[in-house]
Design a protein around this ligand. Structure first.
Ligand code: GBH
Length: 489
């Protein structure tokens, strides 16, 4: 009836899952303990501490390697239904290759998975969240096409050892971030800084590696293990600054260069890269004197091999940018930005998180969800990250405001627009090693004291708020929301 419909509008649908997310390098620590091999972030932070905002690294991080039981207990208290975490490739395969498996790596993840299941928390595993074994990075990482084999051999070990209990898999976290910030720019390790070349090469090999992992799972494991496998893409929403055709096209071009670069080859029935990327990059490459486009080409077989390789789409989303059309740049050095030819900026009125790139624009979330759902025909979506950074503190009212507004936009997308969203993970369970921002910008629902060797955890106000959402399965009315009076700030 209508009445029921109305009541349900404020509620998350039955079966909708709530979780939290982390990644191995950002929380585990124990960087060289019990057989773990070095990864590229160990190497990068140890070699260039000056490139990290506070000169820190992930050597100890939240020490979740030792404290995972406490993490699980906190999630249990909060009523968390699923936990998205990642495997450290070099903890499992210290040499990167699968000829040598580190028993302690298998033991650690078995213990974590079992602890989660004993507490009725569903494990969701990200196979790769940026921490490439250094041995493989030395061979070029994603710029070497052999990454397809290396990745397949690694994920086979993961499916073999954990797939009896793990039913939700994600191959890669944020291909565009890996390729654009790590290979195209110098913001993230390995900082190759070769925009317009290395980024596209990275993306090309990564897409093939994703597809090979998917096919391996489908061909060898799915019938017995009965899990689901997808990939996590990230996108801001790009909003046109005007209704001029040139600006509308620029906004759309930016969406295609950022989101559809990885989405179309996998999620679109025709597969392959977006036409506009192929056209723009070929055009500029030729003018620059390249004999072939800097965007590598997929063969017919490869297009077929990659398309449709998903059970669901993982989506990370944080913020929105305004965009407008840009002039064609003079032909000089290759660059992703010149290929896309779009200006972008933040509306100065939008509230900001501590991270300068993160502005609070909840309506952008709803628009992005609609964009994806329209383009990729109701693909099942898991929100695998969404969250807000501040500086250290426990009374995090701004984070509560962020979650309230973004979850309300999500409810509108589900109920009013019919977007097929299956679940939502808050980034992050814990304050953690925020890559080049070290421990300065905090994303946790739970505070971690990084000056104390014990790394004590304390729930923030937002953890209480999230717990209340999960209990009610709707957004609590702000005025009725009281923080636990025993809670120490
Ligand atoms: C996520 O990426 C990551 O998956 C997660 O590990 C991370 O902790 C979380 O964000 C919070 O940052 O500094 O101007 O060069 C989100 C996408 C892409 C956003 C890289 C920040 C760097 C912008 N990120 N981007 S800048």
């Amino acid at each position: 009836s209508n009445v029921e419909g109305k009541l349900n509008e404020n509620s998350f649908p039955p079966g909708f899952l709530f979780g939290t997310a982390t990644s191995a390098h950002q929380i585990e620590g124990a960087w060289n303990l019990n057989g773990k091999g070095e990864n590229l972030w160990d190497r990068f932070t140890h070699t260039y501490p000056e490139r990290i905002l506070d000169g820190s690294n992930g050597d100890t991080a939240c020490d979740s390697y030792h404290k995972y039981k406490e993490d699980v207990a906190i999630m249990k208290e909060m009523g968390i239904q699923f936990y998205r975490f990642s495997l450290s490739w070099s903890r499992i395969l210290p040499a990167g290759f699968s000829y040598k498996i580190n028993p302690d790596g298998i033991r650690y993840y078995n213990d974590l998975i079992n602890a989660l299941l004993e507490n009725n928390i569903i494990p969701m595993i990200t196979l790769f969240h940026w921490d490439m074994p250094q041995t493989l990075q030395d061979l070029g990482g994603f710029s070497n096409e052999l990454i397809v084999n290396w990745f397949e051999e690694y994920v086979k070990v993961a499916f073999e050892h954990f797939g009896d209990r793990v039913k939700l898999w994600i191959t890669f976290n944020e291909p565009i971030t890996i390729c654009m910030y790590g290979y195209g720019r110098d913001t993230l390790a390995p900082a190759y800084n070769s925009s317009g070349i290395s980024d596209y090469l990275c993306g090309h090999n990564l897409l093939k590696a994703h597809a090979s992992a998917y096919h391996l799972y489908k061909n060898k494991y799915e019938s017995k293990q009965k899990g689901k496998i997808g990939i996590t893409l990230v996108s801001h929403w790009f909003e046109s600054s005007s209704t001029f055709q040139t600006d509308l096209q620029a906004a759309q071009r930016k969406r295609e260069f950022v989101f559809d670069w990885f989405a179309k080859p996998i999620f679109h029935p025709n597969g392959d890269y977006p036409e506009i990327m192929k056209k723009r990059i070929a055009f500029r490459s030729e003018a620059e004197g390249f004999t072939q486009s800097r965007l590598p080409q997929f063969s017919r077989e490869e297009i077929e091999y990659i398309k449709g390789t998903y059970d669901y789409l993982g989506l990370n989303h944080y913020t929105t940018l305004m965009t407008s059309d840009a002039e064609e740049d003079a032909i000089s050095d290759p660059s992703f930005d010149k290929d896309a030819r779009v200006k972008s900026y933040y509306n100065p009125e939008w509230p900001s998180a501590a991270s300068p790139w993160l502005k609070v624009v909840p309506w952008g979330f709803r628009k992005l969800l609609n964009y994806i759902s329209n383009r990729y025909k109701d693909v099942p979506i898991f929100i695998t990250e969404n969250g807000f950074s501040d500086h250290e503190g426990l009374n995090d009212q701004e984070r509560i405001d962020y979650y309230e507004q973004y979850l309300s936009a999500l409810l509108d997308a589900i109920h009013e627009d019919g977007v097929n969203v299956k679940g939502y993970a808050a980034w992050s369970l814990l304050d953690n090693f925020e890559w080049k921002d070290g421990y300065v910008h905090r994303f946790g629902l739970v505070h971690v004291n990084f000056t104390d060797p014990e790394r004590p955890r304390t729930k923030k106000a937002s953890a209480q708020y999230y717990t209340e959402i999960l209990r009610l399965r709707r957004l609590p009315k702000k005025k009725s929301f009281q923080i636990d009076s025993n809670f120490i700030w």
